[in-house]
Design a protein around this ligand. Sequence first.
Ligand code: SF4
Length: 64
Amino acid sequence: MKIKIDERRCQGFGMCALTAPDLFKVGEKDGYAVALVSEVAPEQAEAARAAVESCPMRAIELIE
Ligand code: SF4
């Protein structure tokens, strides 16, 4: 599973990074979220889904 972040939607609230700090961080330069992994490990899938739910802008998509 891969993480896709829509930068046009992301407002840098950081809920994703709070929810799944191993998978997301908010970029210090541009203030938008970035994925920390190119591939989500099976044991990280639940955290990735929780991050999707946490995003108020619905900017995160998981691609199977
Ligand atoms: S929670 Fe959504 S809007 Fe906020 S930083 Fe993460 S991807 Fe961006």
